[in-house]
Design a protein around this ligand. Structure first.
Ligand code: GLN
Length: 206
């Protein structure tokens, strides 16, 4: 563990949070599972994993987790949502619409690839993050249909934006925790470290 470095939180209500933990182990980043709102006090950032967004939403409402994440994000702490996590973060959800936190100005359509291509592994591009293609795993993935003005597209696969960022919020429609490619998690960890230690941070994990 790096000195003074709070662990990265991983929302562990439902979904594939364990694979995010595995990836953070790989890049030697400390992590902590976030099961209750109070756990957010002990982490430097939050990963919201893929899974089933409707299931996670129930917990958000019943346990007050939604409000706690909104507050955590408003304090400038980095939050990354992958797949279902991205759906929960979006400002607008289609197919059908549902509750969401609205922390990133995108419209996202659930299960948008249709049955024929329920799941796939593809090569995408994240030119600002990696100078080679990034392997991307899509599982009943959503499609980002609208990107607001303040939102940067960091990754594309084919013609579609698949990794977007607005300030401290990052959303990916794919599963970066299910490949060998560490690019996305390294980028998110860097955001957490910069928030805590300032811009001059170098990559202490490498
Ligand atoms: N289809 C799921 C949902 O709408 C997301 C799938 C995933 O996270 N792999 O919540």
């Amino acid at each position: 563990m790096h000195n003074g470095h709070k662990p990265v939180g991983i929302l562990a209500i439902q979904g594939d949070f364990a694979m995010h933990a595995k990836m953070l182990d790989r890049i030697r980043a400390p992590w902590k599972l976030v099961k209750h709102a109070r756990d957010l006090e002990e982490v430097s950032g939050l990963i919201m994993p893929g899974g089933e967004s409707t299931t996670m939403l129930k917990f958000f409402t019943n346990e007050g987790m939604g409000g706690a994440i909104t507050k955590f994000a408003a304090q400038g702490n980095p939050v990354m949502g992958t797949c279902a996590g991205a759906i929960l973060l979006a400002k607008e959800v289609l197919n059908p619409t549902q509750e969401r936190l609205g922390l990133i100005d995108i419209a996202i359509e659930r299960n948008a690839y249709g049955r024929q291509v329920d799941s796939s592994v593809r090569a995408g591009e994240c030119p600002e993050l990696a100078d080679r293609p990034v392997e991307m795993v899509f599982i009943r993935a959503p499609i980002i249909r609208r990107v607001g003005e303040g939102v940067r597209v960091l990754g594309r696969c084919g013609d579609l934006p698949v990794l977007v960022e607005q300030g401290n919020i990052l959303a990916a429609t794919f599963h970066p925790e299910l490949t060998e490619d560490e690019t996305i998690h390294r980028y998110f960890l860097k955001k957490c470290l910069i928030k805590r230690f300032g811009d001059g941070v170098i990559e202490p994990w490498s």
